[in-house]
Design a protein around this ligand. Structure first.
Ligand code: CTP
Ligand code: MN
Ligand code: MN
Length: 564
């Protein structure tokens, strides 16, 4: 489909709202309407292009924005910095002593809310970057601290001040879309309008991960994620103005793709022997970057060479190598549903009221996955203890499991400083799935779909998926009548269930930003077990995911919009 121009007048929309360049470029700086307020935008972590964009936006709306820090500044606005960092910076760069400092130190939220309102808003405590004084008078940890209150009322809340024109076939509508630098404040569905760029950035992120370069990995992942959330396809560099989380390197990649169709750096990586080999080795269940790199340095290149070598493999890696073919084939939605049914039947043999939930990518409505993630809980807390051993033993004797490794619960009471890994009892396993059962469930779904006469879209959709699913199954088939499938089983005590569900639904980046947001914006510590409020010194219990978002003062994002 050809792209429609993004800026166009149309019937039904007041001309005044579309007559200006939506990014405010080349528009005359508006008259100062709020002279008593002087804004200084801190460039650190915001970046120069975003700072420039926000400056223009504010000036257009009648705000006074100062390029330099001065006495006439009343509001120092920063993004993703703590109060201490801002004060340190002002001291170092501008020689401003922190004791004689009178301007308000505010988070970007104050700025964007003020832009949305069209006037400078009162600074609430949630906007302020807090400063904690230690007994010695020095500044310790400083974070902006929000009230437990939703950040915005409606979906048109702006976080960054970026205003998009939504173009549909029928009409052009002006909508304000929220673009936060936190993935947990963005709605990211699976449909991605910028695949050309996100696929390239994904390769760069993977390469960085294989080089154990965490910073670069994050930078490319964030850039890719922000593009996934855009409601339009990027066709020129101007489309990226004012968008957060896009570093110089990522912008360079996008520019090159816009100009040449490809990015030479990405092409080179794809041809790189080390990249190819490490990708191959880390695709084996149980093999991480360090091991893959070691094998590469020992001269190994292919799976056959690995099989023929005398390197010592763990039990997990042995299974991973043995079933590598099956495990590399995508897991279909039907296979995931079937495995959930099988596990449900098995746990109910021992404890009828046990609840099994499909989490991970499938809960985010992905059609294919690399594994099946199941969360298991029991309404009577404590009943779930020991259940996994019984179930795995029984399934193994029934021939349903090829490999299983149970890790016990290592949760030592609630921790205020959660690590990135959870401590639930879990089993990383490989199931032996009968293809006949998959085909039966597939036909069942199809006939159910046929009976949904009138609902055409759905029928077509499902038929498409079924065809794709069958192709996948055939490709992975060989001559055996079963398929090996990776399954993660996680056991959560009922009181931690909502946190476990949120933590295991993903995506990886969404989870990371939830924790980052909790820490930096709320001074709270979030894990898959609990949420701790570091200021009130209390744990905040939650029975549902909605409850957790509410504790964090975040608008609820359903799983299908967490594909960041
Ligand atoms: N997760 C976790 N601890 C782990 C492994 C995973 O908390 N040790 C969480 C991650 O947040 C992740 C989710 O569980 O988002 C699911 O993990 P995974 O199966 O690796 O990813 P999916 O998003 O399900 O992707 P795929 O479809 O490839 O399986
Ligand atoms: Mn998964
Ligand atoms: Mn998993």
């Amino acid at each position: 489909m050809a792209l429609l121009p993004r800026k166009k007048r149309c019937k039904g929309i007041p001309t005044s709202t579309v007559s200006q360049d939506h990014l405010g470029r080349n528009s005359p700086v508006g008259e100062v309407k709020f002279g008593e307020v002087g804004i200084f935008l801190v460039e650190r972590r915001m970046g120069s292009s975003r700072r420039r964009f926000l400056t223009e936006l504010a000036r257009k709306k009648g705000f006074r924005v100062e390029e330099q820090m001065s006495e006439s500044v009343t509001h120092v606005v920063s993004e993703n910095n703590t109060g201490k960092e801002v004060l340190d910076l002002l001291e170092k760069r501008n020689g401003i002593s922190r004791t004689g400092f009178t301007a308000a130190l505010v988070d970007i939220a104050w700025f964007t809310e003020s832009m949305g309102a069209g006037r400078p808003l009162e600074v609430e405590s949630r906007h302020q970057l807090q400063i904690v004084l230690t007994p010695h008078g020095s500044i310790a940890g400083v974070f902006s601290r929000g009230k437990k209150k939703s950040v915005g009322e409606g979906r048109n809340q702006i976080y960054s001040g970026v205003v998009f024109l939504h173009v549909t076939r029928e009409a052009v509508a002006v909508t304000e879309v929220s673009i936060s630098s936190y993935a947990c404040q963005r709605r990211t569905v699976l449909k991605n309008k910028n695949r050309l760029f996100t696929e390239a950035l994904k390769v760069l992120a993977e390469a960085a991960e294989l080089n154990e370069s965490e910073g670069r990995y994050l930078a490319f992942s964030k850039a890719s994620s922000i593009l996934k959330s855009l409601p339009y396809t990027v066709t020129k560099m101007e489309d990226l103005q004012g968008i957060p989380s896009l570093g110089v390197h990522s912008r360079k990649v996008i520019k090159e793709i816009l100009e040449d169709g490809t990015c030479s750096e990405v092409e080179n990586i794809l041809q790189n022997e080390r990249y190819q080999t490490l990708k191959r080795f880390t695709s084996i269940f149980g093999v991480g970057v360090k091991t893959a790199d070691k094998w590469y340095r020992e001269g190994l290149r292919t799976l056959d060479e690995l099989r023929a070598s005398n390197v010592k493999l763990t039990r997990e890696q042995e299974a991973g190598l043995l079933y590598h073919n099956d495990l590399s084939a995508p897991v279909t939605r039907t296979e995931a549903d079937l495995i959930k049914q099988i596990v449900e039947r098995a746990v109910h043999k021992f404890l009828p009221a046990t609840v099994v939930t499909l989490t991970g990518g499938f809960r985010r409505e992905k059609e294919f996955g690399h594994d099946v993630d199941l969360l298991i809980t029991h309404p009577e807390e404590g009943k779930e203890e020991g259940l996994i051993c019984q179930v795995i033993n029984w399934m193994t004797t029934e021939g349903l499991i090829l490999y299983g490794d149970i890790t016990g619960n290592s949760y030592k009471g609630r921790s205020k400083d959660p690590g990135i890994f959870d401590h639930f009892e879990k089993c990383l396993s490989i199931f032996k799935l009968k293809k006949e059962l998959v085909n039966n469930l597939e036909s069942e779904k199809l006939s159910h779909c046929d009976s949904l006469a009138g609902d055409k879209t759905r029928g077509i959709d499902l038929a498409d998926h079924t065809e794709a699913a069958q192709q996948v199954t055939v490709a992975a088939a060989g001559s055996k009548d079963w398929k090996a499938v990776r399954v993660d089983l996680v056991i959560a005590p009922y009181s931690q269930y909502a946190y476990a569900l949120l933590g295991w639904t993903g995506s990886r980046l969404f989870e990371r930003d939830l924790r980052r947001y909790a820490k930096h914006s709320k001074n709270m510590s979030l894990s898959s077990h609990s949420l701790f409020d570091n200021e009130q010194n209390i744990f905040l219990p939650a029975a549902t995911e909605e409850g957790i978002f509410a504790h964090l003062g975040l608008e609820y994002i359903p799983p299908r919009e967490r594909n960041a």
